[in-house]
Write a protein that binds this ligand. Structure first.
Ligand SMILES: [Zn+2]
Ligand SMILES: [Zn+2]
Length: 194
């Protein structure tokens, strides 16, 4: 299968193709299509409810990144991704709900794999199942891959920049809200726990 430029960029960043990347690609493409151009200067915020491979695809394509502060991780273990405009709070929520049409042979191989069997026969079936699953995710319609609904979010504050203070124990700088006071000294969290 030929990958488009978006998918090539994601694979270059993430390091491999996998079902997670394929889901993230589908979600990110749909988010961009429905919410307009990609996030510039924190216009778009993403809330991701897992820390799977899919999140890398979202960071590459939408410009919502951990470092920019417009990617928020909620550790719910759900394949749910919400994107909204920081200015208006208008957004879209994507919930992955894909029924991969597994063949009986694939199902059997998967069960043997989970029971601990790592024979070449099982491993090659697992690899081809994975390739077929990626293909299925990439070629399904958006409605087959995910549930999509419009949402309105409360508008969060802008990302803040804090002054740095120096830890009295290790001498390294730490942003002020993360500093601790112990015995009248300002110290960092690792030193306060150590
Ligand atoms: Zn991956
Ligand atoms: Zn310290």
């Amino acid at each position: 299968m030929e990958y488009d430029d978006d998918l090539k960029r994601i694979v270059a960043f993430h390091g491999h193709i996998c079902p997670g990347v394929a889901y993230g690609y589908r979600v990110a493409r749909e988010a961009i299509k429905q919410l307009g151009r990609k996030a510039k200067d924190e216009e778009l915020v993403a809330i991701v409810e897992n820390d799977s491979c899919a999140v890398d695809a979202i960071q590459v394509l939408t410009g919502c990144t951990f470092g920019k502060g417009n990617l928020i991780h909620r550790d719910y273990g759900k394949q749910v991704y919400t994107f909204y405009s920081r200015a208006t709070g208008e957004g879209i929520r994507f919930s992955i709900d894909f029924d991969y049409p597994e063949t009986p042979e694939e199902k059997a191989a998967w069960e043997r794999f989970h029971a601990g069997e790592k024979t070449e026969e099982v491993m090659s079936r697992i690899r081809s199942r994975k390739a077929r699953k990626i293909q299925a995710i990439l070629s399904a319609s958006p409605e087959e891959v995910m549930k999509i609904r419009h949402v309105t979010m409360p508008v969060p504050p802008e990302a803040q920049i804090y002054p740095g203070v120096r830890c009295a124990i290790c001498g390294e700088k730490v942003m002020e809200p993360r500093a601790r006071v112990k015995g009248g000294k300002i110290i960092c969290i690792p030193c306060s726990e150590g």
